[in-house]
Design a protein around this ligand. Sequence first.
Ligand code: FES
Length: 104
Amino acid sequence: MSISSADGKMPVVEFVPLGRGREVRRGVTIISAANRAGVPIGQSCNGDGICGWCKVKVLRGMENLSPPTPIERRLMASCAFAPDERAACLAKISGDITVTTGYW
Ligand code: FES
């Protein structure tokens, strides 16, 4: 498995407004990237796609995230996610993204 994006660079995740950017392996989830960067992020179901506490707003790079799985689509509907929001525990990174939450 490749750990870099198609252009040979590792994807960079930016957490706004914390100002922490971090290179990550391609295919890791947003929540994994946040945990590795020391960025606090809500979660209570350990990534089972049930609680919705890990919701993040994608400011840039939505196209660089994996498509929502059926589990995430069900969560997005039940928790009324906006079109620019994703479940950090389920969305996998394939390129540069910028995300935020209401509590950072
Ligand atoms: S941690 Fe529960 S849905 Fe993501």
